[in-house]
Write a protein that binds this ligand. Sequence first.
Ligand SMILES: Nc1ncnc2c1ncn2[C@@H]1O[C@H](COP(=O)(O)OP(=O)(O)O)[C@@H](O)[C@H]1O
Ligand SMILES: [Mg+2]
Length: 308
Amino acid sequence: MVVERLSKRFGERVAFDDVSFEVGVGEVFGFLGPNGAGKTTTVRTLGTLIAPSSGAAKVAGIPLSPRNGPAIRSRISIMPESPGLYLRLSVRENLECFAGLYELDDIRGRINRALASVNLTDRAADLCGSLSKGLRQRVALARALLNDPAVLFLDEPTSGLDPVATREVHELIMSLRASGVTIFLTTHRLEEAERLCDRVAILNTTLRLVGRPDELRAQLFRRSLDVRLRAPLADPGAVFGAVSEVEGWEQAPSGYTLAVSDPDLAVPALARALVDADADILSLAESHHSLEDVYLELVDEDVEATRR
Ligand SMILES: Nc1ncnc2c1ncn2[C@@H]1O[C@H](COP(=O)(O)OP(=O)(O)O)[C@@H](O)[C@H]1O
Ligand SMILES: [Mg+2]
């Protein structure tokens, strides 16, 4: 999937603006952003439900255009934020109904495979209205799998689910990844993106950053070490200044935070210097920044302006 300078406006309101990124075949791509960031509108645009205001995209290898809508739709699936099932019909009847709408062949075989892949085979006769929210979400996922999509859009697949149901959906997404489907997953949950996604894009109307979760962390923050000692150093500047790997230091609530080029080189040198200075080391470790730190930095407009 290739997206180039895509924008969508509703009248005066800008839903997303000038968004460009690529998603590789078989990749799980996370689209992360707060409420109102434009995630759902992006999914609806790439899913050919609404037309972009400007820009271009290729979805499942096909250029996005009104004429290519049917061809794109046959190769993708969208699982929307709310499952939208017929609650008075059974699981199987729901799937039959949608398979009929999509004009699919081999409906019976497709339904059985879809049910099996979300572990719902033995619930096929249950009314959707009698299912928990988590199970309904799995039915919605089964529906999205009916046409064997090359690209699957999952819009906040775990929103409103309890931790157990969330975990089940995560496991299903992992097994789909193993089957080679390209997955475009929107979420406002950071740990979800970090856990499931090969790469993550952070959106807040405009795209703020794209990369692997670990790259985003490294890109945004200089590497640093947290040093905790039993007692403060008499002359920290002299101790830290003598270690060439240390690029800067500052006092922290429980010790010192040091900017370093390479923690693997800095830690041993620093330990020697501290011991030579008669310091009792309590701990010496690389500071950990979570994706959440990155995210909060990026969605905060004021901070964003001062960053790269
Ligand atoms: N059909 C629409 N008409 C007008 N504004 C819309 C429409 N759909 C979405 N928006 C606006 O676009 C912005 C992005 O919404 P949305 O894509 O739903 O964000 P998200 O899914 O990230 O929470 C919001 O300001 C929303 O109010
Ligand atoms: Mg949304």
